[in-house]
Write a protein that binds this ligand. Sequence first.
Ligand code: SAM
Length: 274
Amino acid sequence: MQIKAKKEFGQNFLKDKGVLEKIIQAMSDRKEIIVEIGPGLGDLTQCLLEKNSVIAFEIDSDLCVFLKEKFAKELDEERLILHQGDVIKQWDSESSLISKPYILVANLPYYVATPIVLRALSDPMCHYIEVMVQKEVAEKFSAKSRSKQYCKLSVIAQIFSKVKVLFDIPPEAFEPSPKVFSSVIVFKKEDTTFDALHFRAFYDYLETAFSSPRKLWVKNLNKNYDKAVLIELLNEANISFQVRPHEIDPITHHHLFTKLTKVNKDVKRDKRRE
Ligand code: SAM
């Protein structure tokens, strides 16, 4: 069966065996079931199946036909379960991708890698994420405060997981070759008991806080909160009112968000009493 890579689905197939081995080695001895998004031609799937059972989500119906033939035995034995469709839609219909604890290991399509990582971070069933993404995206997720790449993605990832970039991969490792370098990045979650609403509210706060990254934190948040309250919070935390969002480390952002949530709740309660 002749398979032609489809650009619209971000298909760059990983052909370098050395890279596949390094991805598998980094997983160490995790016991959870493996979820793979975008198995493609199944080279990574084959390696993952040597570690544990795999549940795979693939959008491309032609690839699903190919995979069903290639993995007929594993599908029959239910060591591999293959879902055809857009994984984002699956996440939109349920807050967890599957109903038991899992780890996500995948070579993600560039065009949808960031939304996939964000959904996996907020999915309480997902305990560990090891994915290949565009190098620039990995740099954003792992950036430290005050660096050029530091942004809302750095903060949310580093609050909800321990982030580590493992290694870079050159375009030649793929068929067809993309125009950019890729990186393998790991997000290790220590606490999976948070609720998805908390994640969403914190992300909304970060969108506002970083809406104009070079503007003052107070100015960005002034759209939603009283300026005096914002300045008082900064004073309490011993931070200058001239601070900009990229100068605040992830833990301090989370602290400020928690305080603002409390202020909002108090205002709503006072209004109800009036
Ligand atoms: N895992 C294979 C490999 O390493 O060679 C393929 C990786 S390729 C970069 C991305 C894969 O994700 C393709 O198979 C593509 O069809 C699939 N894909 C793209 N968008 C998707 C989506 N929204 N949901 C599920 N799979 C998707």
